[in-house]
Design a protein around this ligand. Structure first.
Ligand SMILES: [Zn+2]
Length: 166
């Protein structure tokens, strides 16, 4: 059976109780988290449970046009008041460069492509978190009343470290 097939079988079992049925679409704790898609990160590592927060994920935990769109929907339509940006140690995007990744895929596929324009590879994790914070804090549609804070998650210790902006 494929992994998707196995997932469908497990879903069948879950639906018999469907204990998350009563959750609201509005995050209980008025929190939106933007983080990496890394397998080692989960709501558990943040001390959250399902229903507490919006969890928006992409490779790196990067503020892109689309994550910004989600965060704005999260605040304006669904009432979140705090945005938490989390990058993590040992991220796949720190082990490559923009050009290396593009070259790797072009060699594998034998063709160039116009999109994605960026993979957002980065070297310095603190600096990267700082850039994401800047993108949000300077955006005219992100109100000053929304707390925007950035963190590095250490995959070895399980601890979060806040990146203070200057
Ligand atoms: Zn990552």
């Amino acid at each position: 059976m494929s992994v998707i097939g196995e997932g469908l079988a497990a879903k069948e079992i879950y639906s018999r109780t469907h204990e998350l049925r009563r959750l609201s679409p509005r995050p209980e704790r008025k929190l939106a988290v933007l983080t990496c898609m890394d397998t080692r990160l989960s709501i558990r590592t943040l001390g959250l449970k399902t229903g507490d927060a919006h969890i928006i994920r992409n490779a790196g935990g990067i503020v892109t046009d689309d994550t910004l769109r989600s965060l704005l929907v999260s605040h304006y339509l669904l009432g979140t008041e705090e945005f938490m940006i989390i990058n993590h140690t040992d991220c796949g995007l720190t082990n490559t460069s923009e050009q290396d990744l593009r070259t790797l895929i072009q060699n594998r596929t034998g063709t160039a492509a116009i999109a994605p324009a960026y993979f957002y590879a980065f070297q310095n994790i603190e600096e990267n978190v700082h850039h994401q914070l800047q993108k949000l804090r300077t955006h005219p549609w992100v109100p000053k009343t929304v707390a925007v804070r950035g963190f590095v998650y250490d995959v070895t210790t399980g601890l979060l470290r806040e990146i203070k902006h200057p």
